[in-house]
Design a protein around this ligand. Structure first.
Ligand SMILES: [Zn+2]
Length: 278
């Protein structure tokens, strides 16, 4: 099983907290916790987001993610693209890092950063994604920050860049939740757009079985099933959790119960393997 969307470091986005990823035991404790979750849920490979870059020698914010990946077999890094950081020297450093092959995708934080995907600052990153044949993941949908402006995170905005950059493969994180049907339309219409299934429900393991959450969970499952059917592209949905916001085992069961069993192999394994070339 491949988890296409986890976090092992705080993303350093405005208004977003540490997500329990700065424990007293530091990186070693995150490594132990992650390995235990992966083993228990049967997750063999996972892709972990970086954070907003804070230093010149780490232009994609992946230094700590790569440090953790070196200790967790099957863990890979996704670099963070900031549209304001598009100066030639910065992009040169990004290119140098992508050339190492250690970074499996780029990620843009729509909403958290107040730029639409059509912003000129993203364009050089699309060109690099095309050159290195790596997907470009966008946060889409609801945000966990009071400073975010959510209209920038609407999945429909990705249609523009999907059309203008036909050789770049885009991923709509969270199926654009709560705009899942809009996300499904963008997946259906564009051959270069995927969606990840992460973060549709967050909380502790108990929250996934709590009676008071049953209605909300049923709603989310029904919305997801409808969007998945509408898109008619089972080969372009990627399993992901958004761990540690959701526990890996409970989330796996939640997604498995939401989507047709005949598509599980694609969703949980094959689609991500192909897209990220793992
Ligand atoms: Zn996330």
């Amino acid at each position: 099983m491949i988890d296409s969307h986890i976090h092992v470091v705080p993303p350093r986005l405005p208004g977003v907290g540490p997500m329990n990823l700065t424990p007293e035991g530091g990186v070693a404790e995150v490594v132990r916790w992650l390995q235990a979750e992966m083993a228990a849920s049967g997750t063999e490979q996972a892709l972990a987001m970086g954070c907003l870059s804070t230093s010149e020698d780490d232009p994609l914010g992946v230094a700590t993610t790569l440090e953790i990946a070196a200790q967790v077999p099957g863990l890979f890094a996704i670099g963070v693209a900031h549209p304001e950081h598009n100066q030639p020297d910065h992009l040169q450093r990004v290119e140098k890092q992508l050339a190492t092959g250690q970074v499996k995708a780029l990620k843009g934080y729509l909403g958290y950063l107040h730029y639409p995907p059509t912003d000129a600052g993203y364009r050089p990153y699309y060109e690099l994604a095309e050159k290195f044949k790596i997907p470009f993941v966008f946060h889409t949908g609801d945000t966990y920050s009071p400073y975010a402006k959510v209209r920038f995170a609407h999945p429909l905005l990705i249609d523009d860049v999907a059309v203008d950059h036909p050789n770049v493969r885009f991923v709509l994180a969270h199926v654009g939740n709560p705009w899942m049907m809009d996300a499904a339309e963008v997946v259906y219409k564009n051959m270069n757009v995927w969606a990840d299934l992460s973060g549709l429900m967050i909380g502790a393991t108990e929250d996934f079985t709590a009676e008071e959450n049953a209605d909300a969970m049923a709603d989310t499952r029904a919305q997801l099933a409808r969007a998945f059917r509408y898109a008619e592209r089972p080969n372009r949905f990627l399993y992901g959790t958004d761990w540690p916001l959701a526990p890996m085992t409970a989330y796996r069961d939640f997604i498995a119960a939401s989507l047709p069993e005949a598509c599980h192999e694609m969703i949980f394994v094959d689609n991500a393997r192909r897209l990220f070339r793992l």
